[in-house]
Design a protein around this ligand. Structure first.
Ligand code: ZN
Length: 146
């Protein structure tokens, strides 16, 4: 994956693992919100489904095609947000945005990201930030509708 060769090794391993073995990719069967998003700069696509009950994300499906960063970001996102409350998910989304925009993020906030902290590796490559944020933007769209 040539696009990842400049990544720090620790980040690279996590991102590649999620690219090769994406989590939570089974389509949901009932009561879900759905959106598709597209990143014209890179050709990435993400299809996102959320099943929300009582203010909590009970299930999520992320599928798509495109570069390793866009697809692994979707998988990393699905792992960190599943079974969280909508309020927690909003906070986690803001932390990810700060991380990628190279704003200061506190240690205790980083701890909330699980393996998604590996997306920090993307901030060194500004053209890739849109790839990393594609699934997170889709998530925000759906949650704002809820
Ligand atoms: Zn991309």
């Amino acid at each position: 994956m040539s696009e990842l060769t400049d990544f720090d090794e620790m980040y690279q391993e996590i991102v590649l693992d999620h690219y090769r073995n994406p989590r939570n990719k089974s389509k949901l069967s009932r009561d879900f919100l759905e959106t598709k998003s597209y990143n014209p700069f890179c050709g990435d696509e993400i299809e996102l489904q959320l099943s929300i009950n009582d203010g909590k994300l009970e299930d999520i499906s992320v599928t798509g095609r495109g570069c390793a960063i866009s697809q692994s970001s979707g998988s990393l996102m699905s792992e960190v947000v599943i079974n969280k409350s909508i309020n927690e998910i909003k906070e986690i989304s803001l932390i990810i945005r700060s991380l990628l925009k190279n704003e200061e993020v506190q240690e205790k906030d980083l701890d909330r990201l699980g393996d998604a902290f590996a997306l920090e590796g993307v901030k060194k490559f500004p053209v890739r930030i849109k790839c990393a944020l594609l699934s997170w933007a889709a998530l925000k769209d759906l949650i704002d509708q809820y």
